[in-house]
Design a binder for this molecule. Structure first.
Ligand code: DP6
Length: 335
């Protein structure tokens, strides 16, 4: 048993996960596909310690520190619940000291839970000498955050919806070197979102559009994988824009409804479409459960797309990342 530090990248979904078939295990309504990000990552150090008892010193509770501050409330509970799963698996009653750092701002439209729970799962298991395959780790990470299941692998990844805890897991499709696709996040607001994705997944099925969107996502998935395989941005772009818009249509028509967009979000989406139609600039948008817009392009267009995005009044800042590896163990610890 030893202190272990792991770095894991977040990911951007091209076919989205929205809605759960079984909320207890985050089993999704549809399979999804994503790209793991190189430059938006979480680094997490975990150390397990003997629990305090009469006659023995040690922490009574898990200690969780994120970006330099102790974590309390619901966010801390979500992490402690995940540590409980790992304790159960290993059959131990130790307490964990966890420290975690993101290299990207929280609430920037990049899922910190995907990278965070992926890094936590790998570090906490390794620190206990619990040896699991990446597939098993993907299943375990999914229980904490659906999208974290995909960050267990680098490059381009598919999360098969599966039929139970064992089969609802991610798998690698293409390695990092396959295609240097770039995700430029145009941040229009850094306010934390009012409804968590966790809450939103449970509402998805209340939308009359949910069934249609799930059917469409399942149909669009094989062509998305083929387009990635051919490095065909125009085909991929059309499909990812459609799925992102379909997911937001489901969000907007659930009960209660969820409107994540701000006026700036729509301005960016329309601008990206206009640049493409009028100037032939090959860039496409996708948007997660928030107002910030991810613009996908190839390295040759990054400067032009970044420049144009930077000129839009709605854009606060840009965060840029290419495809990255799966979780990596580091020798330098956070404490
Ligand atoms: C819209 O339940 O994985 O990003 O609350 O961050 O854990 P967290 O999100 P999660 O849902 C992600 C939903 C999504 C689409 C996607 O990444 O597939």
């Amino acid at each position: 048993m030893q202190k272990t530090t792991v770095r894991a990248g977040s990911n951007i979904a091209f076919i989205k996960y929205w809605g759960v078939a079984d909320a207890a295990i985050n089993m999704p309504l549809n399979s999804s596909v994503s790209m793991t990000l190189a430059d938006a990552h979480t680094t997490t150090t975990v150390e397990w310690q003997t629990v305090a008892t009469r006659g023995a010193t040690g922490p009574a509770e898990d200690e969780v520190n994120v970006n330099g501050a102790p974590l309390h409330g619901d966010a801390a509970r979500r992490i402690v619940n995940h540590l409980d799963r790992i304790r159960d698996l290993a059959g131990v009653s130790l307490r964990a000291r966890v420290s975690s750092r993101n290299n990207f701002p929280i609430a920037s439209g990049i899922a910190s839970s995907a990278s965070g729970f992926s890094a936590l799962t790998v570090a906490a298991c390794a620190a206990l000498d619990v040896e699991l395959t990446p597939t098993r780790l993907s299943s375990l990470a999914r229980l904490a955050s659906g999208s974290a299941s995909r960050s267990l692998f680098g490059g381009f990844v598919q999360w098969d919806k599966g039929t139970n805890d064992e089969s609802s897991v991610a798998r690698p499709l293409f390695p990092v070197e396959h295609w240097k696709l770039i995700d430029i996040v145009a941040v229009v607001s850094s306010e934390p979102k009012s409804v968590s994705s966790e809450g939103g997944h449970r509402l998805a099925a209340t939308s009359p559009l949910c069934e249609g969107r799930v059917r469409n996502a399942e149909q669009a998935l094989p062509p998305v994988v083929e387009a990635i395989g051919r490095r065909d941005l125009p085909s991929l772009g059309e499909l990812i824009e459609q799925d992102a818009l379909a997911m937001h249509a489901v969000m907007m028509t659930s009960t209660p409804r969820l409107i994540y967009w701000l006026p700036g979000s729509l301005n960016i989406m329309l601008a990206v479409q206009r640049w493409r139609d009028e100037d032939g600039l090959p860039a496409y948008f996708t948007i997660d459960a928030g107002p910030n817009v991810h613009v996908i392009c190839e390295p040759a267009s990054v400067d032009e797309v970044s420049h144009r995005l930077g000129e839009l009044p709605a854009v606060e800042k840009l965060i840029t990342s290419g495809p990255g590896p799966g979780p990596v163990e580091l020798t330098e610890h956070l404490f």
